[in-house]
Design a protein around this ligand. Sequence first.
Ligand SMILES: [Zn+2]
Ligand SMILES: [Zn+2]
Length: 186
Amino acid sequence: MKRYRINPNSAYRGKECAVCSERFIPTGSRSLYCSDLCRLWGLITIKTQEECWPWKGTRNRDGYGIYKFSGGRTTTAHREIYRNLYGGFDPGLEVCHICDNRLCCNPHHLFQGTHAENMHDMAQKGRAPPLLGEKHHQAKLTEIQVREILRTDATVPHVHLAKKFDVTPEMISLIRNRRNWKHVCV
Ligand SMILES: [Zn+2]
Ligand SMILES: [Zn+2]
């Protein structure tokens, strides 16, 4: 993504970006945000992790948010958010919603899969992406329990917590090392 930052040594102070507060050089079509990425975030209403984050910009015929790059190329807003935030973005795959809200841009509600996989998952298994933890129907833990695990003093051994919450010590290790349930804030 293009950025239009100001040389910090320059006397020209430019304008403050409405999203990241960095100084940038405003032009007619680029008057509020320092970059395409900040413009993208500027069009999303950010709420709590559990809630959907609605897209405020234009939408396409299918009801998805449409994002236009400064170069003129367009993409869907939720796809661009996913591409920017998650490693391993696969351009060949769709970005899907676990919340079924096409305008939602909450990264915690997005995952990648093929169209067929997506349909299969939703219909057959009722499965949510592993990223979301609790919504996965196989999840044994709740977000409240995960928070409790994360808040427990590091000197308490994995096995002790594993017994308490009826999960494997490996699971406790994954949670404590922030490999699993990454979206839960302590
Ligand atoms: Zn910015
Ligand atoms: Zn959502």
